[in-house]
Design a protein around this ligand. Structure first.
Ligand code: PAF
Length: 283
């Protein structure tokens, strides 16, 4: 397995691989890999000749008040896991390698980035799309794999790829949970034992809201309120619980078929997100 630290090394490698007829799958990550990430690497491995995993805690997607400095990092452990899952390349640049000090160009999606996480993290998606566009240009992937846990991010990236004609197929991988239901996230590491136990309420609340919405599709507000109350009762501070059209992130209407029911909540100082995607039958 090769480890590249510079953009130049990665781009030269990727262009040569493409020229020799090999297909490339990219798995963009911020490291501190868990089973969710490993499932993305396995999907990439099944899809392409060359698997590139990027490990980069991207400063431009963190607001100054957020956890960029404390975001968990463990390169050696990540590299071991990438090796075990048969990645061919790790791309792990330093922040100074990815962004010139006077970088002044952004890639920004302006519609799907608005609601949900975009409302409370207004510069987050601009940072994500900018770094992912750069990674696409460097790694030249035929395929790029993203997890459905970050459902809004996935939609925003798909829209960017469509709108800017990136020649890459975006592959969505199912959300992975711990056996007790907590959605896997590198940030779970911040939770105390008590916070982790209470945070299970997020998924339970989403399941209850989903059942309510399936029962009464015309009352998404009531289903959202049910989930908000359950998360608050467990001691969480709700950022949002929202049931939207899965593909457009528009409010649900009587025509809506597929729902993204998404939640973000704080337990202690940790902000967690989770979602359920489902079809409203008989519409
Ligand atoms: O989902 C993540 O880990 C990040 O947002 C991503 C896509 C690697 C961009 O930094």
């Amino acid at each position: 397995m090769k480890i590249f630290r510079t953009r130049d090394e990665l781009q030269k490698f990727a262009l040569a691989a493409r020229r020799s007829g090999k297909t490339i799958a990219l798995v963009p990550t911020m490291g501190f890999l868990h089973e969710g990430h490993l499932s993305l690497i396995d999907l990439a491995r099944a899809k392409a000749d060359v698997v590139i995993v990027s490990i980069f805690v991207n400063p431009t997607q963190f607001a100054p008040t957020e956890d960029f400095d404390s975001y968990p990092r463990d390169f050696d452990r990540d590299a071991g896991l990438c090796g075990l899952h048969h990645a061919d390349v790790i791309f792990a640049p330093a922040p100074g390698e990815m962004y010139a000090p006077d970088a002044s160009t952004w890639v920004e999606e302006t519609r799907l980035s608005g609601p949900l996480c975009g409302a409370s993290r207004p510069t987050f998606f601009r940072g994500v799309t900018t770094v992912v566009a750069k990674l696409f240009l460097l790694a030249q992937p035929d395929y790029a794999i993203f997890g459905e846990k970050d459902a809004q991010q996935l939609l925003v990236i798909k829209r960017m790829v469509r709108d800017l004609d990136f020649p890459v197929e975006i592959i969505a991988a199912p959300l992975v949970r711990d056996p007790d239901g907590l959605a896997l996230s590198s940030r779970n590491r911040y939770l105390s034992e008590d916070e982790r136990r209470r945070a299970l309420a997020i998924h339970q609340a989403l399941l209850a809201a989903k059942a309510a919405l399936v029962q009464q599709p015309s009352a998404p507000g009531a289903a959202e309120d049910l989930a908000k109350a359950a998360i608050a009762a467990a001691g969480g501070k709700v950022d949002y619980v929202s049931a939207l059209d899965r593909d457009t992130l528009a409010p649900l209407t009587s025509e809506s078929q597929w729902v993204l029911l998404a939640a973000a909540a704080w337990f202690g100082t940790t902000r967690l997100i989770d979602n359920e995607m489902f079809e409203l039958k008989n519409r």
